[in-house]
Design a protein around this ligand. Structure first.
Ligand code: GDP
Ligand code: GDP
Length: 436
């Protein structure tokens, strides 16, 4: 089940990014660890009580030269296309403005739940300012204050009530869901056509049930697959679909729904910042990852070229050291058929479970060979470990004092686990806990 998506819509300066940041909180993100982020982060996971969801700040989707009204219109459309619940934000201190009415008019068209939030109600004496907003015809307005953090609990309770109720998995468990992500023109659509064309066993193009994404179901060698979000690659239509922020957003949503993510690079153009950002997100989301270098036919090469490229990729994608790298050509079809074999393999690894007894033998050996260094006279003691989850494989390591587990020692233990079991293509998570 993919997480519900909430979008915040409203004219500029009503407080969208303030609310977004409040709701998201202090999340550590390797992807966004880039200076000058302020408005860069427009999509994030978040939670409220037991609910996990993703949230979009549509105000951060820069639509470049579009006139002002057109920008708000498109931001509202993105919200209607992408979200399960829409928060329509207005500024209580300004009263209803003509622009608020414009936004409302667009949002009337959607069947999705819209919740009206009146921001900048910084103290209870200002509550009366919300009454004006009933005229927008969006139901009861919720008074909030983004800068003071007031009313957000009630607002999020209401948002969570409107989340889609279907708890069913979209597809049976044996289906492998994967997506191809990468910048425009790296050859994602060509690659998809290359697998599909080769085998001609497309089951059907079905519209996603709860989401607007169009998935391609496909079967090869008895294994069912779903290729997520290829429609977004194949037919492009709306103006905003060409904007960079929107394409990143689309990629993030496809990643979220995938088991395996194919990060597609263009061999002719090399590696760009955008590639790293998106790949970083796949890693953070705990997905299995394969790096696919496409257009290998177009590169002039000798016997060293592949090694040089491999080294470059490893340098740029340090955090993806576990991801296999494939060199393919959608045009000549070279090695395209191997992609699904690798997808199967990393998908198995992503779901691999290790028996505790065997895992502990490996860790005992590791610790005996290389005990943790002492830290101010204290030494980390590793008692035992157990695997608590798959997709990605997640291990809890019980120790005397978790603060003594340093990054480098954790890395060492991870490496020992990787040397002993096949976890190629999948991130691993190690959680250190004090034995009680
Ligand atoms: P956006 O353009 O809709 O994303 O708006 P911003 O989040 O950038 O906020 C616009 C301005 O309103 C900023 O100066 C914020 O500090 C201010 N602001 C946001 N929320 C509140 C609030 O609850 N109360 C007050 N008084 N100011 C707020
Ligand atoms: P997408 O935007 O990532 O879906 O990229 P497309 O699949 O639309 O491909 C963009 C362009 O690259 C098209 O002109 C393709 O013909 C070309 N292309 C795709 N794969 C290859 C390849 O393996 N080799 C070469 N030489 N060109 C390719």
């Amino acid at each position: 089940m993919s997480k519900p998506v909430v979008a915040i819509v409203g004219r500029p300066n009503v407080g969208k990014s303030t609310i977004f940041n409040r709701v998201v909180g202090e999340r550590v993100s390797i992807v966004e660890d880039i200076p000058g982020v302020t408005r860069d982060r427009i999509y994030s996971s978040a939670d409220w009580l037991t609910h996990e969801f993703n949230i979009i700040d549509t105000g951060g989707i820069d639509l470049r030269d579009e006139p002002f009204l057109e920008q708000i219109r498109q931001q509202a459309e993105i919200a209607m296309d992408e979200a399960d619940v829409i928060i329509f934000l207005v500024n209580g201190r300004d009263g209803v403005t003509a622009q608020d009415e414009q936004v409302a008019k667009i949002l009337y068209r959607t069947k999705k739940p819209v919740i009206l939030a009146v921001n900048k109600i910084d103290n209870p004496d200002m509550r009366h300012l919300i009454y004006d907003f009933y005229t927008l015809g969006m139901g009861e307005p919720f008074p909030i204050s983004g800068s003071h953090g007031l009313g957000l609990g009630d607002l999020l309770d209401e948002v969570a009530k409107k989340f889609p109720q279907d708890d069913e998995e979209e597809y049976p468990d044996d289906v492998i869901k994967f997506s191809l992500i990468g910048r425009p023109n790296v050859g994602k659509s060509s690659l998809v056509n290359a697998f599909l064309g080769e085998e001609r066993v497309i089951v059907s193009d079905v519209a996603g049930t709860t989401r607007d994404a169009i998935d391609t179901q496909y079967e090869y060698d008895g294994q069912p697959y779903v290729i997520i979000d290829t429609a977004g690659m194949r037919k492009k239509g709306k103006v905003y679909e060409t904007t960079e922020k929107y394409s990143v957003l689309r990629a993030l949503r496809a990643i979220e729904r995938s088991d395996v993510v194919l990060v597609v690079l263009n061999a002719e153009e090399g590696i760009q910042e955008q590639d790293k950002k998106i790949a970083g997100y796949a890693h953070e989301a705990g997905k299995a990852v394969i790096i696919v270098v496409n257009k290998w036919d177009a590169v002039e090469k000798d016997e060293k070229t592949m090694n040089v490229m491999t080294r470059k990729i490893r340098e740029h994608f340090l955090f993806l050291d576990y991801a296999p790298i494939m060199f393919v050509s959608a045009v000549s079809g070279k090695r395209v058929h191997n992609i699904l074999d690798i997808v199967n393999r990393v998908n198995d690894n992503h779901s691999r479970r290790i028996q505790s007894s065997i895992l502990n033998e490996v860790l005992e050996d590791a610790v005996a060979m290389n005990p943790a260094p002492t830290d101010k006279g204290r030494r980390l003691r590793v008692y035992y470990a157990t695997q608590v989850a798959i997709q990605p494989p997640t291990f809890v390591v019980f120790v005397n004092e978790p603060e003594l587990m340093h990054f480098s020692y954790e890395r060492f233990l991870q490496n020992r686990i990787r040397e002993s079991f096949d976890f190629e293509g999948t991130p691993l998570r190690l959680i250190t806990r004090a034995r009680t």
